[in-house]
Design a protein around this ligand. Sequence first.
Ligand code: CA
Length: 397
Amino acid sequence: MKRKEPIIIDTDPGIDDALAIILAYLSPDVDIRAITLTHGNVGMDCVKKNAAVILHALSDNEKFLQLPPKRLPVLAIGASKPLSIEPVKATYFHGEDGIGMIYNELHKAPENWEKHLIHEEESIEEATRWFETTSRDGPDEILYQLKQVEPLTMTIVAIGPLTNIALAHQRDPVTFSRAKRVVVMGGAVDVPGNICAYAEFNFRADPHAAKIVMGTSKGFQHTPEGYQQRLDLISQGKVAPSHIIIMPLDASDDGTISKADYDKYIVPLGKSTPLYGFINAFMRWSFEVCADYYNLDNWAVYDAYTVLLMLELIQDIGDGKGDPTFDNRWEYKYLDLTVETEGEYTLGMCCVDRRNYQKDKSPWDTTANNVQTFLAGKGGRFRDIILNTIFNAGIDI
Ligand SMILES: [Ca+2]
């Protein structure tokens, strides 16, 4: 049987988080070991409910379609606030409930969903669970999962503010460096921000955490030698450089679903399965917001696009080899990139030294960060893969 990539998804669902989790869950190449929750688009109470409801829709769907059940992911509750600043939210895009105001009429949350989140709740039988619980918090769950697998084999997909990821690194940097890579949705490098003029939401929502996570890339080399050096350091119980990847707003043009495709492929599915009923309940909202707020007839699904990038990176074990066609599909650079944590107008902004002199020294620190930064994706595959993987559209790719 083909090896599945073990992954952890760190998330703040969130409408595009919902689609990202569903895409990862239905992709045959990955095994979601844990979902760790962070503050972000909405507060932790809504994040917990939305995560429970997303996983319930997936589990309900498996039963409805009589599919073999998957290993249940662990749902771990993480940071409810940023490291150093006051929380910010993105209810303007996601709705007050974080998922398109669905719970009053469009989609009922399962009964007792709150009880399912309580660890060691004995009244809930094993067979009726749709996720596993844990006494560990989000950062500890990340570290726990990384210890369960061989070094440099587990990917973390971070699609919310980076608080849990930064805390995991701070609590145990050696174990943290066992991650194969961390694929982050975040930042705005050469384009304007979204939550404010200069910053993308996830980096603005916890700039200190984003700076810490970018800093773990110091010394990273995407080469066979760099890969071997990381393995050697970990086997000696030392901290190894982390492979930090960001999918900033720059790269998102290709990660969209159009209203026309939504109307053609998704709306007609209605409530024909539990999953389609759920997706149709929240997706309607995103197209309304895109039209009303941004005057756009397509929706950039950043978090799900980040999952696509993660999927296309799987073949690369961390030595920079892997799929030889990868570079035809993505544009990226390795940047000494850090994040503004003090600015009055620029909190959460990506800082990159674009000067073409003084390259012997990083302007930010004694050692340069080395963040693999994706600046463009090509080919419109995202739309095809989403439509095929989730909606069985049968499009030739
Ligand atoms: Ca998110």
